[in-house]
Design a protein around this ligand. Structure first.
Ligand SMILES: [Ca+2]
Ligand SMILES: [Ca+2]
Ligand SMILES: [Ca+2]
Length: 540
């Protein structure tokens, strides 16, 4: 029988150091190598026949939109939005078993119509693209799994797209980790983060699995992190964990309100066989990593059932980990959610979909704070469920796709992104195509801080992009520096759905550099400026 109790096991970092003591004096530090820039590639415009044309005017909304539907196999889409109407997406175009490339497309009208973006000319079989929004401006980032022969399968690809419409702003570099006896990377995921000061290259973190033969230790299917160095745009880090073999299905998200990273895998730990596969969850503050404070906390989530195919999302301090779990009948799949409202110290569980007669599979989740949306598959159809209370309860699942049973049943078939953007692999035309639709927002306020401006004091613009009014949103503006008056101002404000309000620091008086922090309803934004008496100048 499944018990509701959640098993949370926190493992200190020291317990995880490889037995061979490889870290030596550099204990707890990841390995370091200079970037190999020699294989940088420029994007090549997509040929016309490579992407499907979209004829939105012929379709009633909401409807499933084909975005890539040639005779070839198009699959494993990934998609994300900048929150301002631009959506960037990638998918695998497979020509044959030895040749597959990653194609990039974009929309500038929140998914209604799609344009060809470009692709990089890679020789081999590349797959499992992952796209994320960097967090500022129009910049998107991405990665994908390498060909198995590309650096023994250990090539780490880093895509940066500053303007989706202009391929001259695109760059793709790869990092060769074979010097560290790394091989066989699988299905990476990547999370963007832009609150990085001058280190604009600090794109975020890649999580995946791979295998390592470094020194006299071996790890098969172990968790791996990669991220760029904070002090140099040509250096980066790898950090792997021999202690967690049998890991699979990496996923990662960074809470943009505080820079805390959540990465998850499903893993079988031979020392605790009663738990079957469990969700292995890593939590770390990326600001610490910039200062080379290598702190990470590991948890297991799950009970005696098998927990597989996790996805993770976090926003404004609300953390969601969804996965498959055979809680009602062994081997029969359901979708459950582990959620935490205290940064991962305590966890509760809820059920999103658990029909004993059906297999609910391959969940994908996006978080807005107290609201979140989860999509998953049942018998070749996509279903969506929302929460408005931080994951405690979930709405009855509703079908998304407009044709029955045509969604391909497989890992990374389905990707849900912010603002309800969703892409999947669809078989309705007799071969694999990529389709798009929108599942909308959960019916909650969604609070973001759009802008911080200076002048006479400081102003911040708070937006509620959700579909419900926000009442009594707590806000504050704090100035750090030589500020003698007006250092902090706070209050409460109502923000109607779809509208914006401006909050003001009021009269301030200071001199010299100041850092400004605006908070509202769990959202945070920082900026810096120069105080000249009552004026705050050069805010950015
Ligand atoms: Ca388990
Ligand atoms: Ca079920
Ligand atoms: Ca196709």
């Amino acid at each position: 029988m499944f018990r509701k109790a959640i098993i949370v096991l926190c493992i200190g970092v020291l317990l995880l150091l490889p037995a061979h003591g490889f870290f030596g004096e550099e204990k707890e530090k990841p390995f370091y190598t200079p970037i190999k820039m020699s294989r940088e590639r420029m994007p090549i415009p997509v040929k016309a026949e490579m992407a499907g044309k979209v004829e939105m005017s012929m379709m009633a909304m909401p409807s499933s939109i084909p975005v890539a539907n040639t005779e070839n196999t198009e699959m494993h889409p990934s998609v994300e939005t900048d929150g301002d109407g631009t959506v960037f997406a990638a998918y695998t175009l497979q020509m044959d078993i030895l040749n597959a490339n990653i194609m990039y497309i974009y929309s500038q009208d929140n998914g209604a119509t799609w344009q060809e973006g470009g692709y990089f000319n890679l020789e081999g079989a590349y797959d499992y693209p992952a796209i994320d929004y960097w967090g500022s401006g129009g910049t998107f980032i991405g990665t994908f799994a390498p060909d198995p022969s590309d650096c023994d399968g250990a090539a780490q690809y880093v895509l940066r797209v500053d303007d989706v419409t202009d391929p001259t702003t695109w760059s793709l570099v790869d990092w060769d980790w074979t010097d560290y006896n790394q091989r066989d990377r699988e299905s990476p995921d990547r999370a963007g983060y832009s609150d990085v000061g001058d280190a604009t290259w600090w794109y975020g973190v890649i999580a995946d699995t791979g295998s390592s033969d470094y020194a006299d230790s071996a790890g098969e299917h172990i968790p791996i992190f990669n991220w760029p160095d904070y002090t140099s745009d040509s250096s980066g880090w790898i950090w792997w964990w021999d202690s967690f073999p049998n890991s699979a299905h990496a996923c990662i998200d960074i809470d943009r309100s505080n820079g805390v990273l959540y990465a998850a895998w499903d893993q079988y730990n031979e020392s605790r066989p009663d738990y079957g596969r469990d969700i292995l969850l890593a939590i770390a503050d990326v600001h610490d990593w910039w200062q080379e404070i290598w702190e990470i906390n590991w948890y297991y989530l799950g009970g005696s059932e098998d927990n597989t195919y996790p996805d993770v999302a976090a926003e404004n301090g609300y953390i969601y980990v969804v996965c498959q779990a055979d809680i009602t009948i062994p081997g029969k799949q359901d979708i459950i959610c582990f959620y935490s409202h205290d940064g991962g110290k305590t966890w509760e569980t809820s059920t999103i979909a658990a029909d004993p007669a059906k297999d609910e599979v391959y969940p994908s989740i996006v978080a807005y704070g107290e609201g979140a949306t989860c999509t998953f598959l049942i018998d070749g159809d996509i279903y969506v469920s929302h929460t408005t209370d931080g994951g405690v309860t979930w709405s009855e699942a509703k079908k998304v796709n407009d044709e029955d049973g045509s969604v391909y049943n497989g890992y990374r078939t389905l990707k849900l992104a912010t603002a309800g953007n969703i892409m999947w692999t669809d078989m309705r035309n007799g071969n694999a195509d990529v389709y798009y639709d929108s599942v909308g927002y959960p019916p909650t306020p969604i609070i973001t801080i759009k802008d911080i401006a200076g002048g006479f004091g400081v102003k911040a613009t708070i937006a509620n992009t959700g579909t419900a009014n926000a009442e009594n949103v707590e806000w504050s503006i704090t100035l750090d520096g030589l500020v003698f008056m007006g250092k902090e101002k706070s209050g409460n404000v109502n923000i109607a759905a779809g509208s914006e309000v401006t909050i003001k620091s009021g009269l301030v008086f200071g001199i010299g550099p100041v850092s400004i922090t605006a908070k509202a309803g769990g959202a945070t934004k920082t900026a810096s400026g120069m105080a000249v008496g009552p004026f705050i100048l050069g805010v950015g």
